[in-house]
Design a binder for this molecule. Sequence first.
Ligand code: FAD
Ligand code: ZN
Length: 470
Amino acid sequence: MDHLDAMRSIVGVSNVLTGADAQAYETDWRERYRGRTLAVLRPGSTDEVAAIVRHCAQAAIPVVPQGGNTGLCGGATPDDSGRAVVLSLQRMNRVRGIDTDNDTMEVEAGCVLQAVQQAARDAGRLFPLSLAAEGSCTIGGNLATNAGGTQVLRYGNMRDLTLGLEVVTAQGEVWRGLRGLRKDNTGYDLRDLFIGSEGTLGVITAATLKLYPLPVARCTALLALDSIEAATAMLGRARAGFGAALTGFELMAGNCLQMVTRRFPQQRLPFDGASAELPWFALLELSDSESEAHARERFESVLGEAIEAGCVADAVIAGSLAQSQALWHLRESIPLAEKEIGKSIKHDVSIPISRMAEFVEGTDAALDEAFPGIVHVIFGHLGDGNLHYNVARGADWSEDRLLSRQQDVYALVHDRVHAVGGSISAEHGIGQLKRDALPRYKDPVEMALMHRIKATLDPRGIMNPGKLLG
Ligand code: FAD
Ligand code: ZN
């Protein structure tokens, strides 16, 4: 029996895709990577995943796990050898159960994030992970990349939101670690090892996630700001004034919002005159557990003081849920608008907030000098010190010319990130995109330990080769 027949006998004929049917799985969301696969396999259960991995381990067939294929680092795309199988978890999309007394839910890896948020809401709870790809990314992909998004400031990233995992190891065993415990000191933390491992150690098939109370009221505002210093000062004021009720602080450069309103004319910036021309905008959100009136009073008092002190140049407070959604929509449309103007060079960096202004001003100036005419596309989760510091082509740059300078741009930006004590990946992961840059910035002992862990857990090297560690 050849390998494809063996796979068909495990998952069924209709769940082994080849040729044209496999194409969509062979390219990443940004269309930066294109690979070829032996077949796309769509298992429907943990046991089927385990049987596939056992077969692949025996036959030394590389396995590339894939969820919603929205990752931004090429982590879910096979290489072009045509030897690897893509293991799509999309059919494993059941919410297995919700325990409202324990505030936990058990979900399969292929559940789309938005469906998980909705299931939690239907049970009167909040599952807080929130990001622009939530309509198609999956819990498995969120876990494998330790995804962040717009609520990390208050609730943490995927690692903070997960209590237990079910994992198929690289040998095809099933680790049933779906514990819903907040405290469990029984040795090495394998859960946190698999979270963020980008499919290189095993296949995540299910998870036990933490749930939170739904906020009673939310206030959202768009702030117009003169400088990054003003934005970080405002973040400090919001932290002090709102405490744990501060659930969002997103930064956007003025040109990002102009890009959105040009690309999607039905969206508009709620400022005009001089405020609309300011260089920076921030989306501020407070979530209150008491009442609408209580939320509004706190919100207006902190904002009023900030405006009086000259920290905020102008502000628009959403007066309704629809207005609040429109403000968030502006923020969330930036990656889509950016995609429309052509391929860009993306940096997903983490910077200590205290050095944010120094980093942005210094790196902007160094890039302008080395690559005159490029366009800066800067936005991100300022509350977490996480910027999407992207570089796009200007009018006199072709896409090819920009991409031919990619390695030089990375080196310039990442060297500066490193110099201020930052990280070259805040939330998107390493994948293929930053694999070669990683050893340059990571502690050599830490790199060596990671290689040893990989060799121990995946001795045949079948799990997502060429990603993260190479
Ligand atoms: P995929 O792209 O399918 O896979 C991503 C990685 O996880 C790959 O290495 C893959 O091999 C591995 N993987 C997938 N499933 C499994 C599994 N079950 N077991 C083991 N490994 C697995 N990310 C953020 O953190 N914050 C953001 O704000 C954010 N915004 C985004 C906005 C847009 C418009 C887009 C397109 C992406 C954004 N992302 C963001 C990127 C983010 O990493 C993904 O959206 C998401 O977390 C990946 O989920 P996925 O199911 O699409 O994974
Ligand atoms: Zn992000």
